[in-house]
Design a protein around this ligand. Structure first.
Ligand SMILES: NC(=O)c1ccc[n+]([C@@H]2O[C@H](COP(=O)([O-])OP(=O)(O)OC[C@H]3O[C@@H](n4cnc5c(N)ncnc54)[C@H](O)[C@@H]3O)[C@@H](O)[C@H]2O)c1
Length: 463
């Protein structure tokens, strides 16, 4: 077959709409433009007072050190809090701030009085800090997932109404240029009316295995990968499809890690089986992890290099779901956590064509420096669209997300800003999947909280 026959033209995109939206203005920042999609400058020109709860990897890096490095003209840290007394001091050093540290959250909020609280604790605790932070007068920036079960989601929805405060969910995946381009193609009607999506995500035996080493291995901490990991994917689906999820039917099992292992120990450093284990992880080679976690084990006993075959692991490593949207779109989704490579395959089927996209996040092909999207139009030739690899964390998304939050004058043409409603609806798909596996029944999203799915997704620009 002569494949050239099917190639009409190639495009190599230097920028997308998302990248183009990062023009800088020299005015001070404001984080409360609630009606416009553009953040307006403030009149008083004061720096935004930030506090962080949860000074682990994400809190000290993406939301700590990197914020001071890139946005100190606009923001300052006024407090850091962590339940681990050692880690909060290590975190302060890594971030490079002189602000006070706390192990008592209430005390930090009373004394530091932040404008914005950044929540980067473990997932199962996010709701406590989002709710109490809003009650104590702060707007919130929280890491995904917003929360881990439907009761906590309802408490957050109620607190937003009661306090009038806002919470932004940091869905950095929306900001990767590859995914932003897919959004643009769908919204430009390139494949006609969207009817269905096939979405399959693969975590590899390095990154995927890491979830089974850490606190994530317990449903009570992470909500399982259905919530901790897949809420990223469900948020992308909600955003691309531009509608709310309505019902979910799911399957899932633990087939590989945990009780399935033939050998096991407590953690890699102390394991007598280390020499014969393919999952041996030598944390002593990672200076940052030794400082953050190993040096502070004495405070809470948390082992960052836990065994992936521990018997207490109670999350699934193989998952599949059928999701129906309020606008009629249907989705086939799967997540596998023990794949030889990491990435995803996705296809969007429409009345006039189809979009196929594939990302290999680890071990990418050596001589290629772009990700590809293939646009097929019915009765026509295919078109290849190439997106250059991103330059910061998570496909370039982390930096674009922070620019939009912390720099003034940044518009939101692709509606990438995510509200509590978005945070809830992404978690609720994973929570519905968990409940569906437990009951064997289809679970309706409307039965989980007071949120009612809408055919057209609601958008709100906050923070
Ligand atoms: N968006 C992304 O791509 C991305 C990437 C990594 C992590 N995250 C999210 O960031 C959050 C933190 O993840 P991490 O990898 O930094 O984990 P981590 O284990 O490195 O850090 C979590 C920190 O929270 C602290 N903590 C736990 N319970 C607490 C409590 N009750 N009060 C105060 N502190 C408490 C721990 O001591 C620890 O220092 C998670 O919600 C995770 O989902 C998001």
């Amino acid at each position: 077959m002569n494949t050239n026959h099917y190639i009409s033209r190639r495009r190599f995109l230097a920028t997308t709409g998302a990248l183009a939206g990062t023009a800088l203005l020299s005015t001070p920042v404001a984080l409360n433009a609630k009606t416009s999609s553009k953040k307006e400058p403030t009149a008083n020109g004061k720096k935004l007072r930030l506090a962080i709860v949860g000074t682990g990897g994400r809190g000290t890096g993406m939301w700590g050190h990197d914020i001071l490095r890139d946005y100190s003209e606009y923001v300052e840290f006024v407090g850091l809090c962590d339940s681990n007394a050692g880690r909060v001091e290590t975190g302060k050093r890594i971030i490079g701030t002189s602000c006070p540290t706390f192990t008592d959250f209430e005390k930090m909020m009373q004394e530091a009085k932040p404008d914005v609280l950044i929540v980067t604790t473990i997932d199962g605790t996010h709701h406590q800090f989002i709710i109490r932070g809003m009650e104590l007068g702060a707007d919130i920036i929280t890491e995904k997932p917003m929360t881990t079960d439907e009761k906590k989601a309802q408490l957050i929805l109620d607190a937003e109404k009661r306090t009038g405060k806002k919470c932004r969910i940091t869905f950095n995946y929306r900001y990767s240029p590859h995914r932003a381009k897919i959004w643009e193609l769908l919204h430009a009607g390139e494949i006609g009316e969207l009817t269905s999506v096939d979405f399959h995500w693969y975590l590899d035996t390095s990154h995927g295995a890491d979830y089974f080493r850490r606190w994530h291995r317990l449903v009570e901490n992470s909500g399982s990968l259905w919530v901790h990991k897949a809420s990223h994917h469900f948020d992308l689906l909600n955003w691309w499809i531009d509608s709310d999820p309505e019902s979910v039917y799911a399957l899932g099992e633990l087939n590989f890690y945990g009780k399935n292992g033939k050998i096991r120990g407590e953690n890699c450093r102390t394991c007598p089986q280390a020499s014969q284990c393919k999952f041996f992880f030598d944390i002593t080679k990672n200076k940052r992890m030794m400082e953050l976690y190993v040096a502070n084990e004495k405070y809470d006993g948390y082992l960052r290099d836990g065994c992936v075959f521990k018997n207490d692991i109670n999350i699934f490593d193989k998952m599949a779901a059928s999701i129906k949207y309020a606008n009629g779109v249907q989705v086939s989704y799967s997540l596998t956590a023990y794949s030889p490579y990491e990435g995803y395959r996705i296809a969007f089927n429409g009345t006039n064509g189809r979009i196929d996209a594939w990302i290999q996040e680890s071990k990418p092909v050596a001589d290629v420096n772009y990700d590809e999207i293939v646009l097929f139009k019915n009765f026509s030739r295919r078109e290849y669209i190439h997106i250059p690899f991103g330059t910061s964390g998570h496909g370039g998304g982390d930096k674009l997300l922070k620019d939009q939050i912390f720099l003034p004058g940044i518009d939101d043409p692709l509606k990438q800003c995510a509200s509590i409603r978005d945070g809830a609806l992404s978690c609720l798909v994973g929570i519905a999947a968990r409940n569906s596996i437990a009951s064997g029944q289809v679970v309706k999203i409307a039965d989980l909280t007071t949120l009612k799915p809408e055919a057209k997704k609601k958008y709100e620009r906050i923070l």
